[in-house]
Write a new protein. Structure first.
Length: 690
């Protein structure tokens, strides 16, 4: 089937994908299980994790915390707390360690030493060394084998400016050492050239959060200025030495800020004509296609191509849990086939725009790799237009096979100390042992190539048919949305909303649904109402530009009201008082927020009297009417949530977006009543107001 108006033959691409995929499987099948039968500790932990998925996270948490435990007795205590009564992931070491507990500190020291050595061995499977000298040996060997590299200095989210400055110096020292060493290597055309000419031999990946301890999407201007101040010398040296700098993508909350910093850097006149700068795009994000199209448009206007490393994404667990915790829509696709289909759509999109995007396909999925090669062939692109990237210590047979086929291969090669490398190590362990891991299914469990090479759109269609039971019609939507090269309108809508819209204005299933599919408004507070459990109003996502804009506008409105007097309100009367409570901005005492009337005893007596007079009418008001009044009050708070947050921020001198300025929680109690809910048995006898 040729796609109308494009000359792109989807059926021919699928046939070629299958052919290339089978060839790759044939090339790697003799080494397929080697990774899971690697060094004793690595193979043992991976195999144990796949057999004990229920306690796998316990193991990875222990691995994560181990480098921070300085006392051997703490190590044994954690070992007991994590694994006593559970299967032993350490080949008898657990039993030995617990058995030696009676030997006191000597036994604890022996157990802790053995554990540390084992975890370090696992780490060295995925981490190329602890210092520059060690990683230099690894990357030189890769180059001799006809494979490129991108070196990553382990560590992210620095906690101090001195630490960020240390990372800046390490990047500069790394560039100096790599470029000096690499200049002496013999030329290898397969990795040193591309269709447009020579390409940098040295490639370094940088995490922006390592360069600024206060990186925050709430303050993009400061974050951009401070990061670029540290990044500019790194890129300047790379340009002078002919190296490539690639910006890694991290948590979803940093995505828009990372793109902004990258574009700002690349548009700097000093670097505007430098081709060897790159960014990462995560295909598992629902708004990835929108980001891709914006990136293409910007790169074309810039006039100099940039590199995009296309990945599936490594933070799925965190993004899913975090979004549900906050009550936000989940930003990532929640089914594997959706991420796979997105990856293929984006592959074609970038290759169709190869004049401004140099694509690096970073995947261990043979289907995804074969599809990229088939699309490049269908578009008539020269050999080695696409670069294929794999992770150090993973899918070694696959990268060898790709190199043997003449493809341009690059290995993502992290190095550094063990403690900052733990987050990276645990992500790799999770990736390798996931039930849906391609490496696990293909290399450890021996799943057939026919299954692993299936078009993700077909997989989605079949899943929809099984779940919905509506036959072919149920699969129509996934097939259309997942079609490679589908227009942006068919792609998933952006995942985030500034805030949840009012339930009254949202259609069922629309943006007013939270992460678990429940309407934001009108929730009950328990089973006595016959409604779902109470849920908090979601916080605002201030990583979004539109949310920050609304907050800034709210500050402007609130500042126009500062300094006003607010008398007591008793019944329908405004009551002036002799004394006033003065509210000031703690960080700027000269700024008076306002004056509130200071009540005296007579004011309290008057308020109680008015309340008692009003009680009979309130008591006799139908419950549904009282509920509606409360709901309306909550709705007013929701509509003015940004003003309330701005006022709290000024009155408490706290940064907005955190702490007590996160006022969106407040309207929820009032909204927990439902106008159609059966009132409690004694609801007609309302309590007297306090």
């Amino acid at each position: 089937m040729t796609q109308a108006g494009t000359g792109f033959d989807l059926e021919r691409v699928e046939r070629e994908t299958q052919r290339i995929g089978r060839e790759l499987f044939d090339r790697v099948k003799h080494e397929a299980g080697a990774f899971f039968r690697s060094e004793r500790w690595t193979g043992q932990l991976l195999e144990w994790s796949m057999r004990h998925s229920d306690t796998r996270l316990q193991l990875f948490r222990f691995v994560d915390v181990l480098p921070t435990l300085n006392d051997p007795e703490d190590v044994v205590r954690h070992l007991r707390e994590y694994f006593e009564g559970k299967p032993d992931p350490f080949g008898g070491l657990l039993k030995m360690g617990l058995g030696m507990a009676g030997m006191g500190r000597l036994g604890a020291m022996a157990t802790a030493s053995a554990l540390r050595k084992g975890v370090e061995q696992v780490a060295r499977t995925f981490i190329a060394g602890t210092n520059t000298e060690e990683v230099l040996k690894v990357v030189e060997q890769l180059h001799r084998q006809g494979q490129g590299f991108t070196v990553d200095v382990l560590g992210e989210a620095t906690l101090s400016e001195s630490e960020a400055e240390t990372y800046r110096r390490r990047y500069l020292e790394l560039l100096e050492a790599l470029t000096t060493q690499a200049s002496r290597w013999p030329k290898v055309d397969q990795v040193d050239t591309a269709p447009w000419g020579p390409i940098p031999r040295v490639n370094v990946s940088v995490k922006l959060s390592s360069l600024y301890s206060q990186l925050d999407p709430i303050d993009p201007e400061t974050s951009t200025r401070e990061v670029i101040a540290r990044l500019r010398p790194i890129v300047r040296l790379a340009k002078e030495r002919g190296a490539h700098i690639h910006i890694d993508m991290e948590d979803y909350k940093f995505k828009d800020l990372t793109f902004h910093i990258f574009r700002t850097l690349c548009d700097d006149p000093e670097f505007k004509d430098y081709r060897y700068l790159g960014i990462v795009l995560q295909a598992y994000l629902k708004d990835s296609e929108m980001d891709a199209r914006r990136l293409i448009e910007w790169a074309r206007q810039r006039g100099t191509p940039v590199t995009v490393r296309l990945v599936k994404g490594a933070y799925w667990d965190f993004e899913t849990v975090h979004a549900r915790l906050e009550g936000w829509p989940v930003p990532v696709y929640e089914r594997k086939w959706e991420s796979d289909a997105s990856f293929e759509r984006l592959t074609r999109l970038f290759l169709e725009n190869h004049d401004c995007i140099d694509l690096a396909v970073a995947s261990h999925n043979i289907r995804s790799i074969a599809h990229a090669m088939a699309v490049a062939k269908e578009l008539g692109l020269p050999p080695r237009t696409v670069e294929f990237q794999v992770l150090y210590g993973m899918a070694t047979p696959l990268r060898r096979a790709l190199a043997e086929m003449g493809e341009r291969v690059r290995v993502y090669t992290p190095y550094g100390e063990l403690i900052p490398g733990m987050a990276y190590l645990v992500r790799r362990l999770l990736e390798n042992t996931s039930n849906e891991s391609f490496l696990r299914q293909g290399f450890a469990e021996g799943e057939s190539p026919e299954v692993l090479l299936r078009n993700p759109v077909d997989v989605g269609r079949e899943q929809a048919q099984r779940e919905d039971g509506h036959g072919a019609a149920a699969g129509a939507a996934p097939a259309q949305a997942g079609q490679p090269g589908a227009p942006a309108a068919q792609a998933a809508a952006p995942a985030r909303a500034v805030t949840a819209p009012a339930a009254s204005s949202a259609a069922p299933g629309g943006d007013a649904l939270n992460a678990v599919g429940q309407p934001y408004g009108g929730w009950g507070s328990g089973p006595e109402f016959g409604l779902p459990p109470y849920r908090n109003e979601p916080h605002t996502d201030f990583s979004r530009a539109d949310a920050r804009q609304r907050m800034q506008e709210a500050f402007e409105r609130v500042r126009q009201t500062l300094g006003r007097r607010h008398p007591l309100l008793i019944g329908d009367d405004l009551v002036e008082t002799a004394d006033w409570i003065v509210s000031v901005n703690p960080s700027k005492p000269s700024e008076i927020i306002g004056y509130a009337g200071r009540a005296q005893a007579e004011h309290v007596d008057r308020a109680v009297k008015v309340a008692n007079q009003a009680f009979p009418a309130w008591r006799d008001t139908p419950a549904e009417k009282r509920v509606e009044i409360l709901r309306r009050a909550a709705q007013i708070m929701r509509e003015r949530r940004f003003e309330l947050a701005a006022l709290i921020s000024l009155e408490t001198a706290r940064r907005w977006g955190g702490g007590p300025t996160r006022t969106p929680r407040r309207p929820t109690p009032a909204r927990s009543y439902h106008p159609r809910a059966a009132p409690p048995r004694r609801a007609h006898r309302a309590a007297a107001p306090a």
